[in-house]
Write a protein that binds this ligand. Structure first.
Ligand code: M6R
Length: 605
């Protein structure tokens, strides 16, 4: 939530920041602003709206300066308006913030701030506290402020009398920093840094970084120099634009064959799953008595597929817990519970906190993360990176299918380590996994057909999605996708549950999407479909290409999925559902990549 950028150097700071804010906008797009420090004077330009609106404003104002900070906001405290946009200024202090200051009311009282603030934000309170402690020593002011704060924060701060310098500090919320050819830069994530350099570092929590034109210096909170652990950007920057697609979501859907291949290929050796590069010992897979997956949203839906796979193939119990609920259900995890934390961004605060708790309880853990060096990757015991590359569209697509790919690999390695499968069974499973990219390519090649079929739900107010078992898990994700990008109310139902209440909502012409991919569930699923059809529902059926359908029945809308073995049908079916959601959003003329009220990275609880 919220994107942060800071740059000092000989380049065009205004342009660098505006371009970076566009790359970071997926983190929040309620308002945007920049501040430039020039000859002891700080100029702030900010407004509610998108970065493109800020860019227009800058064309009129023409700010000057080569040291600046910029912000794109997802509103938490205070509504969406110009005043609440960042940067915030108090005396000589100018500050941007990502996170939540939980004790901001107490701080307002303690430092007599009532009536002295220009906004309703917790962030301006933090700026005022920094100002309170500032007597010319930025480190001391930042250290003393941080010790007073409760909550999460990533701050970038400028002081009028500290020319060309930007200071930053964080707790939980991310900041990365780097040196560029002509300056120094910091940002909420590496996507904004990658156009300038491949070398960057993650600011450690409760450390202060100072950016100057030619150097970056890192200090701990006692003021001692700290060592910088440099990392390398692990994706091809030339692939981070839209590459001719109208929206990132379409581009990211289309990238799936390639990124799934890139995720599985390095982990297959001699046809067997292999996590030696991740240094994951087999004991992790053999010693656990149960598994607990923690994740949110789409990542949690990937976990549900993992549960079905592992329970069916390994025979051990798997719980999938919404990370946001984890702490409220008196979690029982221990040294016998393997915790798998799944997160594209690696920054989702609920997942991070749940993981930290599980580790305190002695649980071994694997994190499945897309962003290199992210907080969750660092908080876990082992990490398996999905190689999806930057996922910019708020709606997750390629991150989900690469998470699934990793879960197939984990299942296979677990079966192998436990000696559950014959050599032939293992090879068959791995061969099918390696076939996934080409099968997805076949779905992508039917883009026009899927676009046409998406018309079945285009004007709907409500859509129901029904299926059982793995098909139900597929639909939970398909339904989330449709809701978030098209604003159509849609619900996934385990089709056996319909008769226990929900079928009351099915009336003449209600659109229903049904997925039938599992042989053992087919006859029951088809019966459930007939039940809604006889109440007037219009059914769009996704079914395997070689299934025969009763000729006597009415199937106006059928999409034939390329054939895979049942446990792998999740892949083609999910991609087809992603495309339906995409085309509905596109045809409604919505901002597909930035749905209302959402942000890509959820760093507040
Ligand atoms: O970065 P994470 O994978 O931890 O994010 C979790 C959810 O916020 C995320 O999957 C969200 O549900 C998707 N953007 C939905 O498409």
């Amino acid at each position: 939530m919220c994107g942060i950028i800071g740059y000092t150097g000989n380049g065009n700071a205004e342009k660098i920041m505006l371009d970076a804010l566009e790359l970071l906008e997926y983190r929040g797009y309620d308002s945007a602003g920049i501040a430039l420090l020039h000859q002891g004077r700080t100029q702030i330009i900010k407004r509610a709206g998108r970065v493109k609106d800020l860019r227009k404003l800058c064309e009129t104002v023409k700010p000057v300066g080569c040291c600046g900070i910029g912000h794109t906001r997802w509103a938490t405290h205070g509504g969406v308006c110009d005043e609440n946009a960042h940067p915030h200024r108090f005396g000589p202090v100018t500050l941007i913030h990502n996170g939540i200051i939980e004790n901001y009311r107490e701080l307002m009282e303690k430092y007599h701030l009532e009536g002295r603030l220009a906004s309703e934000t917790d962030s301006e309170v933090a700026a005022a506290v920094v100002e309170h402690f500032y007597t010319g020593d930025p480190y001391s002011a930042i250290r003393r402020t941080v010790l007073k704060l409760k909550g999460t924060f990533a701050f970038a701060i400028m002081f009028d009398d500290q020319p060309d310098k930007i200071f930053a500090v964080r707790n939980v919320s991310p900041i990365v920093a780097a040196l560029t050819q002509d300056g120094a830069i910091l940002a909420s994530d590496v996507a904004a840094v990658a156009p300038f350099t491949t070398d960057y570092f993650v600011l450690p929590e409760f450390h202060v970084v100072c950016l100057e034109k030619e150097k970056v210096s890192l200090f701990d909170l006692s003021g001692d120099h700290a060592q910088i652990d440099w990392l390398k950007v692990d994706w091809d920057v030339s692939r981070s634009g839209k590459c001719g697609y109208p929206f990132y979501m379409e581009k990211e859907i289309m990238e799936q064959p390639q990124v799934i291949r890139e995720t599985i290929a390095p982990r297959i050796r001699d046809g067997r799953p292999d996590f030696s590069a991740e240094q994951i010992p087999d004991s992790l897979f053999t010693d656990c008595k149960r598994i607990c997956v923690i994740a949110c949203g789409t990542a949690m839906h990937a976990g549900l597929v993992g549960k079905s796979l592992i329970q069916a193939m390994i025979g051990i119990h798997v719980d999938v817990v919404m990370a946001s609920e984890f702490m409220y259900n008196d979690p029982v995890v221990d040294k016998d519970t393997l915790v798998i934390a799944i997160s594209q961004s690696g920054e989702t605060i609920d997942t991070l906190e749940a993981l930290k708790f599980a580790r305190k309880c002695g649980s071994p853990s694997i994190c499945v993360v897309n962003v290199m060096g992210a907080s969750i990757a660092r908080a876990g015991e082992y990490v398996i990176y999905t190689h999806a590359g930057p996922e910019i569209a708020v709606a997750s697509t390629k991150a989900y299918t690469t998470q699934l790919a990793v879960l197939y690999l984990i299942t296979a390695r677990m079966a192998m380590a436990r000696g559950l499968w014959s050599g032939e069974e293992l090879s068959d499973f791995m061969a099918e996994l390696e076939r996934v990219p080409q099968v997805i390519r076949r779905v992508l090649d039917t883009k026009e057909e899927i676009h046409r079929l998406s018309g079945a739900v285009l004007n709907a107010r409500d859509v129901f999605m029904i299926g059982r078992g793995l098909d139900y898990s597929i639909l939970l994700e398909g339904s989330l996708k449709l809701k978030e990008v098209s604003y159509i109310h849609s619900e996934a139902y385990a089709s056996g549950e319909l008769k226990h209440g929900t079928i009351a909502l099915i009336t003449e012409d209600t659109p229903v999407i049904a997925v039938v991919t599992q042989e053992k569930l087919k006859s029951k699923e088809l019966s459930n479909i007939r039940e809604v059809q006889s109440r007037g529902a219009r059914v769009l059926l996704l079914i395997k290409e070689n299934e025969t359908l009763d000729a006597g029945e009415q199937w106006s809308c059928v999409y034939r999925l390329p054939q895979m073995k049942d446990p792998f049908m999740v892949m083609p079916a999910s991609v087809a559902l992603q495309m339906i959601a995409y085309f509905v959003s596109l045809d409604k003329g919505l901002d597909v990549d930035k749905p209302r009220n959402l942000a890509k990275v959820v760093t507040v609880e």
